[in-house]
Design a protein around this ligand. Structure first.
Ligand SMILES: *Cc1c(COP(=O)(O)O)cnc(C)c1O
Length: 368
């Protein structure tokens, strides 16, 4: 039998058949209809971000989400500037790692993985060190499932005159983000998360004047955000190097399907209901969520019960054989696992997977 399952992971996600079918066509890249698809995607992303094309621009970048974060951080923070990275999870830590690796001046403000980033502490860092010119943080920390208050952080950054960079990889399209109203200057996400496309590229929505001012700062040839933007602008939607054509076609379809669903608010409501139902049903099975506060709708971390008569691996294999893939934990303290509630996933799937988990737990209890 053919192996098939749905992904309850934080990306890549389960996508619709109609999104995948777009990839059957091998499109050429140099002519106007392909470039128009890229331009339409760029314009669509600005609408999702609630920003005007006079003030913001969208730049697409080959590679996974990390490539997008790396492109922004290494292209817009100059050698004589400094970025404050606020980290409360592995993805925040990675933002700092990107900076250290590329020699981008960085200061880290760290919180424990179950604690939100605190805007007042950002303000204190900015007040204490005037060399800080940029603030960067993760919106939905996919490590735990915690949603940080980027609106409060953005207000503090603005007040101090610092540019604000947000990694909204696992939230953009699944949580509504009024980018300019929240003081965000650069926001990064990727094709294979809440917009429900397939992997292959990331994108950054950027304040035009700040992107213009970043000219000449890039430390990498292929991840040069300014150069990619210039090519896309001058040549009407051309990518500098080979474009992931099949993923781009799939993404254009994913954007149409997001509109058909009712836009970001409808999708956010579906994800929130998936998440609410998941936590309710998991609790009834004896699995407690790791977070007691600030839990977002994207992914939930559960503690592996200390007295469990089974390993994560056994549970994973059992569930996978029955049509769903769950995710190992990414926390350093304690044994945990994660279940994502995004992608082409509905409450019926949550009922299904929690029934399977219930069956598994009951079987193990009988064996013990
Ligand atoms: C998925 C994700 C990334 C990027 O990961 P890739 O594996 O490079 O796509 C970055 N930040 C967050 C918060 C994420 O969820």
């Amino acid at each position: 039998m053919e192996l098939t399952y749905k992904l309850l992971t934080p990306g890549p996600l389960t996508t619709t058949r109609s999104v995948k079918e777009q990839m059957l066509f091998d499109h050429c890249t140099w002519d106007d209809d392909y470039k128009r698809i890229t331009q339409d995607i760029r314009a669509h992303l600005l609408r999702l971000a609630h920003v005007a094309p006079e003030r913001y621009t969208a730049v697409l970048m080959q590679g996974s989400g990390t490539f997008g974060n790396e492109s922004v951080l290494t292209s817009v923070v100059g050698d004589d500037e400094r970025v404050l990275v606020c980290a409360n999870g592995a993805y925040g830590d990675r933002l700092a790692e990107i900076c250290r690796q590329a020699g981008v001046p960085v200061t880290v403000y760290a919180e424990p993985y179950d604690t939100p980033v605190d805007a007042q502490r950002i303000a204190a860092h900015l007040a204490a060190d005037p060399s800080i010119t940029h603030v960067a943080m993760v919106h939905n920390e996919t490590t735990s499932g915690l949603v940080n208050d980027i609106e409060a952080a953005g207000a503090v950054a603005k007040r101090a005159g610092a540019a604000f960079i947000v990694d909204a990889m696992s939230s953009f399209g699944g949580i509504d983000i009024p980018v300019e109203d929240w003081g965000i200057d650069f926001i990064v996400s990727s094709a294979n998360k809440c917009i429900q496309g397939v992997p292959g590229f990331s994108f950054a929505i950027c304040r035009r004047d700040l992107l213009e001012g970043s000219r000449g700062k890039a430390r990498s040839l292929s991840l040069d955000l300014y150069a990619q933007w210039q090519t896309m602008e001058r040549d009407g939607g051309k990518w500098r190097f080979t474009s992931p054509t099949n993923a781009v076609l799939a993404f254009a379809q994913a954007l149409r399907e997001l509109e058909e669903e009712g836009g970001v608010s409808a999708r956010a409501a579906r994800y929130a209901e998936n998440n609410r139902l998941l936590i309710e049903r998991m609790r009834a099975l004896g699995f407690e969520p790791y977070l007691t506060e600030n839990q977002g709708p994207i992914i939930t971390t559960f503690a592996h019960p200390a007295d469990a008569a089974f390993t994560f691996r056994e549970m994973y294999d059992y569930v996978k054989a029955r049509g769903y893939v769950i995710y190992p934990g990414k926390l350093t303290d304690g044994d945990t696992f994660r279940i994502g509630t995004i992608g082409e996933i509905y409450p019926a799937d949550i009922l299904n997977v929690t029934s399977i988990l219930g069956e598994f737990v009951a079987t193990k209890r009988k064996e013990a």
